[in-house]
Design a binder for this molecule. Structure first.
Ligand SMILES: Nc1ncnc2c1ncn2[C@@H]1O[C@H](COP(=O)(O)OP(=O)(O)OP(=O)(O)O)[C@@H](O)[C@H]1O
Ligand SMILES: O=P(O)(O)OC[C@H]1O[C@](O)(CO)[C@@H](O)[C@@H]1O
Ligand SMILES: [Mg+2]
Length: 455
């Protein structure tokens, strides 16, 4: 991340709402450690700049020409972030030129733009989705930066997931290469919670809450019949956080299957044996399965080919249907046991809704932090909560690896002890899981500034 040279007093000083706040401005030297639990004598470790308003800003309000784009899949809270960037720029900094880029990255060169004002976005936080619309694929760095240059845009706010942040990093590098005075700020959006470094992504809590409704329904259906089984499929392509947290929150789930934890169906210690045991003990059970779980098993049984979407993400086979069918076959045809299975697939319902109250507040803080950072002249950063504090994180840090459930960590162990399900892991699997845990590169946490192009 870079910082542009700060030249003007921050106009927030004149704003009656803020001028009375003691220590409103963030000290230039304030940093937030990536790791809060450390051992005595351990090195200082990576720190990130604390987000917030600075005493001096890089841009004069009248000169700001900002744009906002949303990319990737939907997530609760997208409209709140859009709204609060516009309101933050206008109410805190007196900026009134904000352009909405429609339809994701390709919108820079192939779609319309719209002028956004606090009035035009007043109610949008109450709606799911994104008023700017979104897309996958279509990232053409040169065309995008040409467009930014042609329009005289000098602040770019990019809201999106891991792919989007990689795209933002490419735009930032090209802007740097052309020596343009343009701040590039990322706001991390991922319903899967798969973006590294940050504590949690916005919309995640809303999605977990909505998932409870599906799990409750599955439980009610399952416990109301003999040998009832409820199967609920939740989102999570590579990371099983939604399934894990929804399971931990619900307490009605007997088994949670996620992409990070391999499982098997047949034989001793397998899923079918566990289901049979639970049905004998309780008369019913609920299984939550993340959409990316068991993909190897399905591919093997279906001899299918690998397919990708426009952004290069793996297209998944339907694990929910496959699992439901497998369970039915096993018990009905092979065990001659009558079961009553209900499959619930609420996937898109948990991400197409507006954000809940706490996510709304979180979105507001992220948007305001992004605005403060860009106005101060920071660039090439993603704004994010790290150990409970708003920070500016260099793009390379959030894109270097994907956040995944670590199955040798305490949280997964807590889930296993809450559901009392088998871990399906052999000691060799555990050894492998420990080995394959990706180690982050030793880059610094420092962000860049616009003027001199140095770190
Ligand atoms: N490595 C990359 N370099 C440049 N652009 C990328 C890269 N990966 C993805 N993108 C672009 O970023 C945009 C969004 O990517 P993607 O569809 O993977 O969603 P995402 O941001 O990861 O969000 P989600 O959480 O929904 O997966 C797309 O327009 C895609 O072309
Ligand atoms: O159907 P779409 O829009 O590609 O989105 C599906 C994907 O988006 C996500 O919600 C986020 O990547 C994944 O969990 C899911 O696989
Ligand atoms: Mg992604």
């Amino acid at each position: 991340m870079m910082l542009l040279l700060q030249t003007y007093p921050n106009p927030i000083k004149e704003n009656p709402a803020y001028s009375v706040v003691k220590q409103f401005f963030v000290n230039q030297d304030d940093t937030v450690p990536k790791k809060v639990v450390v051992q005595k004598d351990s090195p200082r470790g990576i720190h990130f700049r604390r987000a917030g308003p600075r005493q001096r800003v890089y841009f004069e309000s009248d000169d700001v020409n900002a744009c906002i784009v949303t990319c990737g899949g939907l997530c609760p809270g997208l409209n709140t972030v859009i709204r609060e960037i516009i309101c933050g720029l206008s109410y805190m900094y007196g900026v009134d030129k904000v352009l909405g880029i429609e339809g994701g990255y390709r919108g820079f060169y192939a779609r319309n733009t719209i002028q956004l004002t606090p009035k035009s976005v007043n109610d949008i936080h109450k709606r799911g989705g994104t008023i700017l619309s979104t897309s996958r694929g279509g990232h053409d760095t040169l065309k995008i930066v040409d467009n930014i240059q042609d329009r005289g845009i000098n602040q770019v706010y990019i809201i999106g997931g891991d792919g989007t942040q990689k795209g933002a990093a490419a735009i930032f590098e090209e802007i740097r290469r052309r020596r343009l005075k343009v701040a590039v700020a990322g706001i991390p959006k991922t319903i899967d919670n798969d973006i590294a470094v940050i504590d949690k992504s916005f919309g995640f809590d809303t999605a977990v809450e909505e998932a409870q409704r599906a799990i409750n329904a599955a439980h009610v259906e399952a416990e109301s019949v003999e040998n009832g089984i409820g199967v609920v499929k939740l989102m999570g392509r590579y990371s099983g956080f939604i399934a894990m947290y929804a399971t931990l929150a619900s307490r009605d789930v007997d088994c949670c299957l996620i992409p990070e934890s391999p499982f098997y169906l047949e034989g001793k210690g397998g899923l079918y044996e566990f289901i049979e045991r639970r049905l004998k003990e309780n008369g019913h059970m609920v299984i939550v399965v993340a959409e990316g779980a068991g993909q190897d098993l399905i591919a093997e049984s279906m001899k299918s080919m690998d397919h990708e979407d426009a952004s290069g993400n793996k297209l998944l086979l339907d694990v929910g249907l496959w699992l439901s069918q497998g369970i039915k076959n096993y018990f009905t045809s092979r065990q001659k046991m009558t079961i009553n299975l209900k499959y619930i697939d609420p996937t898109y319902m948990i991400r197409a809704i507006p954000s809940n109250a706490s996510d709304n507040v979180y979105c507001t803080l992220l948007a305001q932090s992004a605005v403060h950072g860009a106005m101060a002249g920071f660039t090439g950063f993603t704004v994010g909560l790290v150990n409970g504090r708003q920070t500016y994180i260099p793009f390379e840090r959030v894109t270097e690896k994907r956040n995944k459930v670590v199955i040798t960590d305490r949280m997964w162990a807590r889930l296993l002890s809450s559901t009392n399900q088998p871990s399906f892991l052999s000691s060799k699997d555990v050894e492998e899981a420990n080995k394959t845990e990706e180690q982050p590169k030793q880059t610094s946490g420092e962000v860049k500034c616009l003027e001199n192009g140095s770190t």
